[in-house]
Write a protein that binds this ligand. Structure first.
Ligand code: NAP
Length: 301
């Protein structure tokens, strides 16, 4: 019989993910802090739960998709949380981006109750969540990963078992280092060229075809050329991840000078009130420094 799912956290990512599980034929009970999103999912065929405990008590597999480490700790271990409904044989899958050291701690607290945990953060954004094409990076015991696989297949396309609990989170944070540093380098480079009088559109085309090409350049150049930085993935959320990276790196004793520097640039963006912009908006900081706006230097502008 298909496992019954409890799904907690119906935000930008969680709502379409829970919807895809309903569409795949799973019995899904949903909970969210604000109620309106729960009612939307009930319209789609899910059942409602008034608390994380209620969502977990009706479930064989409990999934969370929440903002940050303290939110997952609260929902998993706090009063009225998943732990209060724990039954031997249950599986807890956290798909949020959190500190992997916290994932390991939660797994340790749930294990004596017979509840196994898999940490399975995702990449692919809102579009990937809606289309069911997320890249899922999972950490946990092999047998628990196998149990989670039917659920993952309904949510994503690239599904990788990275290793034991926490390995998913470390991989996702590595992903966030690469993306933040890449977007920062793209911003600096395009402002450099634009100030020197090179057409940014031509520059992007040439760069994309060589070693400097990247998915970041492919997917974000439209925003950079239009100057429309509606998110996407917000600077605020990437700043949260850059801080998680520093916490996790400290825990395992790894220097991360480049990510630490980029975290300061994202901090400066937030000070300027730009935390709500797409993370490709990091270029605006370099535009301020150089006194030039890339979008205004295009040959067609
Ligand atoms: P979001 O839109 O802020 O959604 C978070 C949801 O969690 C909200 O609906 C919120 O409810 C709910 N929530 C918070 N605390 C709760 C609690 N104690 N009990 C029940 N529900 C609670 O965030 P998101 O963009 O979906 O991101 C979720 C996670 O995925 C984050 O860790 C993020 O870094 C990661 N991620 C995001 C993206 C992306 O493109 N957005 C891509 C990959 C990974 P309210 O309605 O009350 O606020």
């Amino acid at each position: 019989m298909a496992p019954r799912i409890g799904f907690i956290g119906l935000g930008i990512m969680g709502k379409p993910m829970a919807r895809n599980l309903v569409r795949a034929g799973f019995t899904v009970t949903v909970h969210n802090r604000s109620r309106a999103k729960v009612e939307e999912l009930v319209q789609d065929g899910a059942s409602r739960a008034a608390s994380p405990r209620e969502a977990a008590s009706a479930a064989d597999i409990v999934i969370t998709m929440l903002p940050n480490s303290p939110d997952v700790e609260l929902v998993a271990l706090g009063d009225g949380g998943i732990k209060d409904a724990a039954r031997p044989g249950q599986l807890f899958i956290d798909m949020s981006t959190i500190n992997p050291i916290v994932s390991q701690k939660i797994a340790k607290e749930l294990a004596p109750l017979g509840v196994a945990m898999v940490d399975a953060p995702v990449s692919g954004g809102e579009k990937g969540a809606i289309d069911g094409t997320l890249s899922i990076m999972a950490g946990g015991a092999p047998e628990d990963f196998e149990r989670a696989l039917p659920v993952f297949n309904a949510l994503g396309k690239t599904i990788t078992h990275m290793g034991p609990i926490g390995a998913g989170g470390f991989t996702k944070l590595a992903n966030q280092i690469i993306v933040a540093v890449n977007l920062t380098a793209i911003g600096e480079a395009l402002v450099f060229g634009a100030k020197a009088g090179v057409d940014p559109q031509k520059m992007i085309r040439a760069l994309a075809g060589g070693l400097a090409g990247s998915k970041c350049l492919d997917q974000k150049s439209e925003k950079i050329l239009s100057g429309d930085f509606a998110p996407g993935f917000k600077i605020d959320l990437h700043f949260k991840d850059l801080n998680l990276i520093q916490d996790a790196a400290r825990s395992v004793g790894v220097p991360i000078p480049t990510a630490a520097f980029v975290e300061q640039l994202f901090s400066a963006l937030r000070v300027r009130g730009r935390g709500g912009l797409d993370h490709s908006g990091v270029i605006t900081l370099f535009e301020d420094l150089a006194g030039v706006q890339v979008r205004k230097t295009q040959a067609s502008a």
